[in-house]
Design a protein around this ligand. Structure first.
Ligand code: PA5
Length: 467
């Protein structure tokens, strides 16, 4: 199993002002945490609780349909193009980047075992879209459009552009190049998919976007590029079993949730830095940033009080960002808790040849890059603690589907537990609606005329500020 080391948040190591007495706090919160965990497990099957993501590891039907479709289209496409944004893209991006061979899209067919390349379009930058479409042969591309709501402006505008192009290139056959992943009841994409006859996968009810990576949202793209989804399912199940333990001393999601909650509220660590020491895990930090920010950043608590709560997540990459951010983390404001993710055993063991004897670099010869990377993680963690900066470390024995599923599922449960500790609704996102409505108004969506007038008034003098 993956492991959590919390030594470096203990006040015995980083001081009373910046750390907590971990075991004492575990004892203090023992009953509260046990109550939260049993409550989550009791509520998870109830409609409207947005906890169905806790059951995704057991959805044999989804796994079966995903595998069946992946087998059906095997060898038919050279590229997979995923259209989606936020929770509909970040999990897929994080795990494909971690689990596929590095530089996958640059490898030959043979090196990819004839599995397709995979691209995620998770923005609406016209230059990127045109650039990708110039490069992709759409006839050989399977487009997986993913949107739970079925009407997200970014995803649906991408889809409209690509569907139009596909149709003009392929004629009536274009439908075979589209697979939609969406809600089973509502949304425009569902209607289009039914009318047009696209293959469709369902995002189950009560699974929010940022908790959807283990539904068809993630599983389908993974299977299409040959990632073993059984490994992923086994990782979720084993972690789920471990996290059902109501004893905080045995439950790493509860431990990490409590540590982050207490450091935020009692020690002023309002920033949560996610710093994997592996380039393959770079987008895990992006996925975590969305999960932590959108779930916990809330204006109101469950009693309706204004609390303006939530840690700000920051993405970093070890060792790269030691040369850009660590100066600030060591000496700047002491307002962060940093999570290191370390890899026990990399797929490759890369030796540094013993070719120079210069004093400054000679010591590197004969060592491995693996040891260097982990030495840097150790050194940075200890240096941070010398400056009384708290850190936790999560160790993945290896980078594979089994351990990554454990990691992501653990973060999901950690987020749900933190939501209960903060007494907020971790599964809503009311704060994103205002700007969405303004966008609809600016783009002339019917029903938003009043907002459009109001908005034009507000934007009236923007030119004065050099817009
Ligand atoms: O986590 C969330 O709910 C969001 O980030 C959504 O995933 C994102 O807004 C995309 O929504 P949809 O899947 O409806 O297109």
């Amino acid at each position: 199993m993956i492991r959590l080391n919390y030594k470096y948040v203990d006040s015995a190591v980083v001081g009373l002002e910046n750390g907590i007495s971990v075991q004492r706090e575990f004892d203090n919160y023992k009953d509260i945490i046990a109550g939260i965990i049993s409550d989550l497990n009791k509520r998870k099957d109830k409609p409207g609780q947005w906890l169905q993501w806790m059951n995704l590891g057991y959805s044999e039907e989804t796994v079966w349909y995903v595998k069946e479709y992946a087998a059906l289209v095997e060898n038919r496409f050279e590229n997979i193009l995923v259209l989606g944004i936020g929770g509909s893209a970040l999990g897929g991006l994080a795990l494909t980047e971690a689990l596929l061979k590095p530089f996958w899209n640059f490898l030959s067919n043979e090196q990819r075992n004839n599995y397709p390349r995979i691209f995620f379009l998770d923005n609406i930058d016209p230059d990127t879209i045109v650039g990708l479409l110039d490069f992709l042969d759409l006839k050989k591309t399977l487009v997986n459009v993913i949107t739970k709501s079925g009407s997200t402006a970014e995803t649906m505008s991408q889809f409209m552009i690509i569907k139009d192009k596909l149709e003009s290139e392929l004629g009536a056959d274009y439908r075979k190049n589209i697979v939609a992943t969406t809600d089973k009841n509502t949304g425009v994409l569902k209607q289009i998919a039914e009318q047009e006859g696209y293959k469709m996968f369902i995002i189950p009810d009560d699974v929010g976007g940022r908790f959807s990576v283990f539904s068809a949202v993630g599983l389908l793209p993974f299977a299409l590029v040959g990632i073993d989804i059984d490994d992923i399912i086994n990782g979720i199940k084993d972690m789920d079993l471990a996290l059902k333990n109501t004893d905080i001393n045995e439950n790493i999601a509860a431990q990490n949730a409590l540590i982050h909650y207490l450091l935020d509220l009692k020690k002023g660590k309002s920033i949560s830095v996610m710093m994997p020491y592996s380039s393959r895990l770079k987008y895990v930090a992006d996925w975590y940033a969305q999960l932590w920010a959108e779930s916990l950043g809330k204006q109101q608590n469950l009693n309706g009080d204004i609390v303006n709560i939530g840690q700000t997540p920051i993405k970093a990459l070890g060792a790269t960002d030691q040369h850009s951010q660590i100066q600030l983390y060591n000496e700047g404001p002491n307002d962060k808790i940093i999570t290191f993710i370390r890899v026990g055993e990399f797929d490759n063991n890369l030796q540094i040849p013993n070719i120079f004897e210069y004093t400054g670099i000679g010591y590197l010869g004969g060592k491995s890059v693996n040891d260097l990377l982990n030495a840097e993680a150790d050194a940075t963690r200890v240096a941070l603690s010398d400056f009384n900066r708290p850190t936790v470390t999560i160790t993945l024995p290896k980078i594979n589907g089994y351990y990554l599923a454990q990691l992501l599922y653990m973060f999901e449960v950690q987020t749900a537990i933190a939501g209960s500790l903060y007494n907020i609704d971790a599964f809503s996102q009311p704060g994103v609606e205002q700007a969405k409505n303004y966008t609809y108004a600016l783009m002339g969506r019917v029903g938003y005329e009043e907002s459009a007038n109001l908005l034009h008034e507000k934007m009236n003098e923007d030119f004065i500020y050099n817009d």
